[in-house]
Design a protein around this ligand. Structure first.
Ligand code: CUA
Length: 151
């Protein structure tokens, strides 16, 4: 037989869990925020790369290490969709693109992935937002989205 306080706690926990699941689904569907996913680890992600898959479709293998991101500059045309695959070669780093709601962690031995669409030309700063040592505040890279009509 459950105590009435136990029942209360179980109900409240249930409601909070539902709210949590609801907010994730809300972010994914309504706000169209791509949720980072964890992928099986593979050594190929340790090599920084920008791969063009198709017109306006890119794959970036981003590698964080004290105290830089590689590639440090990523050039893509306006309207591109980019799949970022992120890993670290040493400690835990952050990977934040403020204007795009991107907030990931770069973890040694792990790969995180997110997809971002760049509809507006400009320079988008990637910053490390996880304290990682003495050079943390200088750790950044940029996505340079150019406007082909400007050429
Ligand atoms: Cu890397 Cu802070």
């Amino acid at each position: 037989m459950l105590d009435k306080f136990e029942r209360k706690i179980i109900t409240i926990t249930g409601i909070i869990t539902m709210l949590f699941i609801f907010s994730i689904l809300y972010a994914k569907t309504s706000r169209r925020i791509d949720l980072p996913e964890c992928l099986p680890y593979n050594k190929i992600y340790e090599e920084p790369k920008v791969i063009k898959l198709d017109t306006n479709l890119y794959q970036v293998h981003a590698v964080a290490q004290m105290w830089q991101f590689q590639p440090a500059q990523i050039y893509i045309p306006v309207g591109s969709t980019v799949d970022f695959y992120l890993t670290s070669k040493d400690v835990v780093h952050g990977f934040n693109i403020f204007e795009k709601n991107v907030n990931m962690m770069a973890v040694y031995g792990g790969v995180n992935k997110t997809t971002v669409k760049f509809d507006e030309p400009g320079v988008y700063k990637i910053t490390c937002h996880e304290y990682c040592g003495i050079g943390h505040h200088n750790m950044q890279a940029e996505v340079i989205v150019n406007n082909p009509s400007a050429k």
